[in-house]
Design a protein around this ligand. Structure first.
Ligand SMILES: CC(C)(COP(=O)(O)OP(=O)(O)OC[C@H]1O[C@@H](n2cnc3c(N)ncnc32)[C@H](O)[C@@H]1OP(=O)(O)O)[C@@H](O)C(=O)NCCC(=O)NCCS
Length: 249
């Protein structure tokens, strides 16, 4: 892995830059190709509406706090420099996860609802069904006080861990050091802001992400089980244990 990583970066093939709105279409694609617990939704029969999927899991962060989001850029076609660059990976998040969640409710939920009812129910019924499931499960989690502190479990988005992140790279660009670079850019920004800690949510099925996070020093948050609520109902047929992890800065 180290050889490939040094090769790609030393050859100047890819670089990490701050997010700009023009990268949004690339984010939609990356999110959809890696969003099913690290794997593509292609052929899964879930969320064929790619933009809707990114409206739930990616774009709201880039819109709320773009100055804290970063993309990995690479040539569209290495043989034709004139074809320009595209984003092949991103880290999106917020130094103020609680405020971002309120922004999501205020600005994004109405857009998501409009898209569902005007467009998805007839064009992408599977996206419609999954999004409704998501809304139900997310609400049930809140009701179960999933994000509340418990014995040995800090409040996610609270004073100890106010920041949240999501990181995704296209499969062909994984394992080349870009994840580490994206994370370094994001954590550097959080440190500049004086942010004390960052959390993320993943699952025990994401065998790519877990070793990566552990290597970077993230630890499971939580009481005895260290578990966040199970996302199994959201991804029906894919039972998985939700895992919240945190890093103190
Ligand atoms: C998880 C992900 C972001 C990691 O990015 P990456 O570019 O592949 O990781 P890097 O090559 O930068 O690796 C950084 C470090 O983590 C280690 N690492 C990465 N993946 C690893 C793995 N599967 N096993 C062990 N170590 C791993 C690397 O060895 C490296 O350590 P080093 O610098 O000491 O050599 C990337 O694989 C990805 O986008 N996966 C799909 C989307 C996803 O699952 N996102 C997370 C959702 S919760």
């Amino acid at each position: 892995m180290a050889g490939a990583r040094e090769g790609a970066l030393e050859a100047g093939l890819a670089r990490v830059v701050p997010y700009e709105g023009r990268f949004a279409p690339d984010l939609v694609e990356i999110c959809w190709r890696t969003g099913l617990m690290g794997e593509s939704l292609e052929g899964s029969g879930r969320f064929e509406d790619r933009r809707l999927f990114a409206m739930l899991f990616c774009l709201p962060y880039a819109s709320f706090e773009p100055e804290s989001c970063f993309v990995a850029l690479a040539p569209r076609d290495p043989a034709r420099p004139e074809a320009g660059e595209r984003a092949v990976g991103y880290i999106v998040g917020s130094s103020r996860a609680a405020a971002q969640a309120r922004d999501f409710e205020r600005r994004w939920q109405p857009r998501i609802a409009a898209r569902l009812f005007l467009y998805d129910w007839w064009r992408h019924p599977e996206s419609f069904a999954q999004a409704l499931r998501f809304a139900r499960v997310a609400r049930a989690e809140e009701a179960a006080a999933a994000k509340e502190p418990g014995p040995g479990r800090p409040l996610l988005g609270g004073p100890e861990f106010p920041a949240l992140l999501h990181i995704n790279l296209l499969p062909e660009w994984q394992g080349r050091g870009l994840g580490g670079l994206l994370m370094a850019a994001f954590l550097g920004r959080l440190r500049e802001l004086g942010c004390p800690g960052v959390y993320l949510e993943t699952s025990d099925r994401n065998l790519k992400a877990l070793p990566f996070y552990r290597k970077l020093g993230f630890e499971e948050l939580g009481g005895a089980s260290g578990a966040a609520p199970e996302p199994g109902e959201f991804w029906a047929g894919l039972p998985a244990r939700g895992i919240a992890m945190g890093l103190r800065l």
